[in-house]
Design a protein around this ligand. Sequence first.
Ligand SMILES: NC(=O)c1ccc[n+]([C@@H]2O[C@H](COP(=O)([O-])OP(=O)(O)OC[C@H]3O[C@@H](n4cnc5c(N)ncnc54)[C@H](OP(=O)(O)O)[C@@H]3O)[C@@H](O)[C@H]2O)c1
Length: 271
Amino acid sequence: MVAPVEGPVLILGAAGRLGRALARVYPRAVLTGHDLEITDGAAVREFVAVLRPSLVYNCAALTDVDACEEDPARAMAVNGEGAGHVARACARVGAVLVHLSTDYVFGGAKDGYLESDGPDPVNAYGRSKALGEARVREAGGDWRIVRTSRLFGPGENDFASQMRTRSLVKPVVPVIDDEWSRFTYLPELAGRLPGVAAAPPGVYHLANEGAVSWYGFARELIPNAAPVTVGQCRRRAPRPRCASLRNTKLPPMRHWREALSDYVRLVAGEA
Ligand SMILES: NC(=O)c1ccc[n+]([C@@H]2O[C@H](COP(=O)([O-])OP(=O)(O)OC[C@H]3O[C@@H](n4cnc5c(N)ncnc54)[C@H](OP(=O)(O)O)[C@@H]3O)[C@@H](O)[C@H]2O)c1
């Protein structure tokens, strides 16, 4: 049960993975996608000024890591300056802003990152999301930044569904075994975000407990995963080897294996 919010709740990027999961938590929320282009500062300011939301979730982002590497200017415009437009618009009307960020603001040089750790990104996506975090802080409003990682959930075009599809059409599915992070079950994350909105301003980490490699996760899901190294794969953008988010401020989420069991039960029911 979500505590009632007095004014409208606005979800930006509502057609995306997390946006759709959040829309189920807030069935009366105002939902926007590209009809509210977050790179258009004047449009964002006007929309928010007219709606006067109490609470805004910014799930709008360019999340294709390799596409960001290919067009870093676009990544900066959306994930960086776009987040700033949203944050300033929220600050002007006194709305609480919950802005979504990522483990990829970190480079992987540390064994587990705290909420207080400063960004050291290794790719254009991470740099653009780090700029977004900076713009949100600078706006000076009532903000929370939620860093999360490796989202998966039923009905999504995500790593889990890609693995299931590949497993059906290929005898062996090569999966990277030397990059670790925390996976995060979308329905669980969406259910936890109202609690973050009600928490004091600041930076929060939310992901299922337990760091695991892509392969370690995939082998629990499909029978024909085979481990490979990063060096064996061709990808445009470098990734952090291990950017595990440590949550020291909120009650922990479940272990990823428990969340994956729920996921498997749900998708088995869909088949
Ligand atoms: N997915 C992950 O594993 C992951 C991990 C860590 C953090 N995060 C963060 O979590 C948040 C939500 O991620 P997600 O996976 O739900 O992303 P997603 O599925 O890619 O959804 C993002 C949404 O934003 C929209 N969008 C893109 N550019 C926009 C713009 N300029 N103006 C308005 N809307 C725009 C997209 O529309 P189009 O698709 O039509 O362009 C899409 O509907 C993001 O901040 C992301 O950085 C995600």
